[in-house]
Design a binder for this molecule. Structure first.
Ligand SMILES: CC(C)(COP(=O)(O)OP(=O)(O)OC[C@H]1O[C@@H](n2cnc3c(N)ncnc32)[C@H](O)[C@@H]1OP(=O)(O)O)[C@@H](O)C(=O)NCCC(=O)NCCS
Length: 184
């Protein structure tokens, strides 16, 4: 049984994961959402101007009125500004499963930040909310994302071929990773 508590603040060694705030639009735009390289394998973006980031934040803030919204801003403690996001993208109450998505600005890649965020979020979703299964997927051309899933303890499950169309028109295959609650 799921006990929704929403996007509560989570602290890790280097990070604060918290709800987005209206004033985060500038960080969102400059730190990650305007960068085509960050958005290369994502279903959205890049944002062309700050109004797109403001619109996105407005939508996120509205979504917080639902207690089953899990959408965190990732704040580096020593920099104080928002460098990315991690969220539950898809929820399935029938089997208490959910799918997580994430991104951070290029300047912050390869420092173990997303692995730290994903581990903390998975722990919260399993042990505070009651999810039994957490899934994440990545484009096969984006192995860094798969590496994050592996380092966070998820297991490779399957490859789904031709699952969607990238913005450049090419079709892509994705790798699926899964972690079950209390699984080693
Ligand atoms: C994918 C992403 C979230 C990773 O975040 P991160 O904070 O850099 O991740 P971590 O530092 O925790 O781990 C990255 C791992 O990928 C590895 N890696 C980086 N580039 C790689 C590549 N081209 N091939 C294989 N592994 C790669 C790193 O070496 C590291 O593994 P290691 O610790 O074993 O050395 C980040 O690059 C990002 O936001 N990308 C754009 C958005 C995106 O693709 N989101 C995921 C959509 S599914």
């Amino acid at each position: 049984m799921l006990q929704h508590k929403g996007t509560v603040t989570i602290e890790t060694i280097r990070l604060i994961l918290r709800k987005f705030e209206r004033t985060d639009a500038n960080d969102m735009f400059h730190n990650w959402a305007s960068d085509p390289e960050v958005c290369k394998y994502l279903s959205w973006g890049p944002h062309k101007d700050i109004s797109a980031s403001k619109k996105r934040i407005k939508y996120i803030l509205q979504s917080y009125s639902y207690p089953d919204t899990y959408q965190w801003a990732i704040v580096l403690k020593n920099r104080k500004h928002v460098i990315g996001s991690i969220s539950v993208e898809i929820k399935n109450t029938l089997d208490s499963s959910c799918e997580i998505g994430y991104c951070i600005g290029r300047e912050f890649w390869n420092q173990g930040i997303m692995t730290e965020a994903l581990r903390a979020v998975m722990h919260y979703l399993f042990y505070e909310i009651g999810y039994q299964k957490i899934v994440a997927k990545h484009d096969l051309l984006n192995p860094a994302s798969g590496r994050v899933m592996q380092k966070a303890g998820m297991k490779f499950t399957e490859i789904i071929e031709k699952v969607g169309i990238r913005r450049d028109g090419s079709s892509y295959d994705c790798a699926v990773y899964t972690k079950y609650k209390d699984e080693d």
